[in-house]
Design a binder for this molecule. Structure first.
Ligand code: AKG
Length: 358
């Protein structure tokens, strides 16, 4: 069972300008539809149970069995000794903070996110909102950066270079993980998953989220606002790195929400819907969300490794061993079209499950 939107409630809170000195003044108007969690609900849902985030040390000789187990049990794990240079991560983070500290009208010149560019509060086209502002970029180098030239000037080029360096390193790590997973599943073709990210036409995206601090008491009567509503990632694999501000939560199979302690030196990996389908449900696409932090800014950077638009997504034959496919085949393009019509919290794979369709 996973938690549904009835355990959340809409907050008809209107703007209550809280802090005259709040550096995030443009954020103080809370849209009426912004979702908040009551304190008791949060405490109940984020039980400090005995859950430990699976920890994978990529410098160890053979973590494939651990990797497979983590993907089967939670669809979520943390990697250390990942080989992504700290300097690249720090530079990208500082460039991103620099961008988000610009006045709102300047940032808006890099918007709207149609689908790439700067966005604030609105997530997607179907009414989802969160206490977040973000940059959404394609991983195909050039497109999208024109929007930044007018505000970043010369710095736009440097920003593009740092994003590229970061993406090269993170994609390499993601592909290594996918290859170890294929090994762990005894798939002959080691690159069965990774080749989709390596493909020149790979439809991967990069997102930088900034969650300004959101003081609980005055803005929402002790309720904590949702920074990014619950959802699963549609692609194959997501690689998330954040600064040391908490907020990320994952949903366990029993519906409990677990807060994930931040760790700026590590990466967190999510299994996406497409990998769930390719493994015929053996790997779990993890449901997750972000709760706004009351005192500190959170900055997260996520690489979403996706397949080419024309790629057919279906369980790999070598994993079926006589089982029936749980999903009807679809192209990544069809899946994208379908999830762009949905809300964040919807069970978007549901439409492609064979049982649901019959
Ligand atoms: O910001 C985070 O930590 C996670 C955000 C997220 O889930 C997303 O952008 O899809």
């Amino acid at each position: 069972m996973s938690i549904n939107s009835q355990t959340l409630f809409d907050t008809p809170t209107t703007a209550t300008p809280p802090h005259l000195h709040n550096p995030y003044l443009p954020f103080i108007t809370i849209p009426p539809s912004m979702v908040a969690l009551s304190k008791p609900a949060l405490q109940h849902l984020s039980k400090p149970t005995t859950f430990y985030v699976p920890l994978i040390d990529l410098s160890k000789r053979d973590p494939k069995t651990q990797l497979v187990k983590a993907c089967e049990e939670f669809g979520f794990f943390k990697v250390i000794n990942h080989g992504v240079p700290v300097e690249i991560i720090s530079e990208l983070e500082s460039q991103a903070f620099k961008f988000f500290s610009l006045p709102l009208p300047d940032k808006e010149k890099a918007g709207p996110p149609d689908p790439f560019g700067y966005g604030s509060k609105k997530i997607g086209p179907n009414g989802d909102v969160g206490w977040v502002e973000y940059l959404l970029l394609t991983t195909n180098t050039e497109s999208g950066y024109q929007k930044f030239k007018s505000i970043f000037g010369e710095a736009a080029e440097r920003f593009r270079c740092v994003v590229n360096e970061y993406l090269i390193a993170v994609k390499k790590m993601a592909c290594e993980i996918l290859e170890m997973l294929a090994d762990g599943l005894k798939i002959q073709q080691r690159n069965a998953f990774s080749k989709l990210l390596m493909d020149e036409e790979s439809d991967s995206v990069f997102r930088v989220n900034h969650y300004p601090p959101c003081p609980e008491s005055q803005e929402s009567n002790g309720r904590s606002l949702i920074g990014f509503g619950e959802h699963t990632d549609p692609q194959i694999i997501s690689v998330l790195r954040s600064n040391n501000t908490s907020g990320l939560q994952i949903s366990l199979e029993d519906g409990n929400w677990i807060s994930i302690p931040p760790d700026q030196t590590s990466f967190f990996i999510n299994v996406g819907d497409s990998l769930q389908v390719m493994t015929n449900g053996r790997f779990k696409s993890v449901r997750h969300r972000v709760v706004a932090n009351s005192s500190k800014s959170r900055l997260s950077m996520i690489y979403f490794g996706g397949p080419p638009l024309t790629e057919k997504i279906a369980p790999l034959a070598s994993l079926m061993k006589g089982e029936d496919s749980l999903y009807r085949e679809f192209t990544w393009f069809e899946y994208k079209k379908s999830f762009y019509k949905s809300r964040l919290a919807d069970n978007r794979l549901g439409l492609f499950e064979k049982i649901a369709a019959s």
